[in-house]
Design a protein around this ligand. Structure first.
Ligand code: HPA
Length: 239
């Protein structure tokens, strides 16, 4: 725990009230800009520290914010902590990409991450006498499922792995598939921990950008930036 932190925080230059109750959080700052410019009316830039664009605007008349998390648990750990604890944000919905390790899932399918396993150490800070299970908020999860059904999208709900390594010397990600873990990304476990600790709500919706099982399906960086609009629309609808 840090001592007293004033707003603006070390990483966010916005003022109290600049963020809506719900923040949509992609990893990539350019994807945050894409969401704001494509979907939000009257979007205002509320943060640009380190190029982590944050915008607040209106989606179908509903005030909503979008801000990037950067990559990895330490990065989303900082931004989600500050939004939950210093900016009175109630809900963070991560919209990310993941590598699928599930044979039923293909590129562009959606994973709704009910739980997030990790090979990282983020939860050790809580000094619990056991292993914490980072989970999504049930209401947000249910709304995301309902929205996917309504839109006829291919989705699966389940566990994901928040890995601390993208390039992993042991190439061990696939081992998690035997525990029915569906995909690998790098942020959700820390986000879910911060939400639990702050008494707030979080969910991660991922689009499969690559598959460990079907490597020929991998999407390009350009597609990652702009093509995952279905997931973004689901997140905005449930915000
Ligand atoms: N590993 C970790 N994070 C990812 C991956 C991956 O294979 N694909 C998209 N995000």
């Amino acid at each position: 725990m840090h001592g007293k932190i004033n707003v603006p925080t070390p990483h966010i230059s916005a003022r109290i009230g600049d963020f809506a109750q719900t923040v949509i959080m992609p990893g990539d700052p350019q994807r945050a800009e894409f969401i704001a410019k494509t979907y939000l009316k009257d979007a205002v830039l509320v943060n640009n520290v380190r190029g982590i664009n944050g915008y607040t605007g209106y989606y179908n008349g509903k005030r909503v914010s979008v801000m990037a998390s950067g990559m990895g648990q330490p990065s989303i750990g900082i931004y989600s902590y500050e939004l939950f604890n210093f900016y009175n944000v109630e809900n963070i919905i991560r919209v990310g990409t993941c590598g699928s390790i599930d044979k039923d899932l293909h590129a562009r399918d959606i994973i709704i991450a009910m739980g997030a396993c990790t090979n990282g150490n983020y939860a050790s800070q809580y000094r619990l006498p056991g292993t914490f299970s980072p989970i999504a908020d049930f209401e947000l999860t249910k709304k995301a499922v309902d929205e996917c059904i309504k839109r006829g999208l291919k989705y699966k709900v389940g566990n994901i792995l928040s890995s601390d390594t993208f390039y992993d010397d042991s190439a061990s990600a696939l081992e998690w598939a035997k525990m029915n873990v569906l995909g690998v990304e790098m942020e959700s476990a820390a986000l879910y921990c911060n939400a639990a600790r702050a008494g707030k709500k979080a969910l991660c919706i991922c689009t499969v950008s690559d598959s460990f099982i079907y490597p020929e399906e991998n999407t390009s960086a350009e597609e990652r930036r702009s093509a995952f609009t279905k997931m973004m629309e689901v997140a905005l609808e449930i915000a």
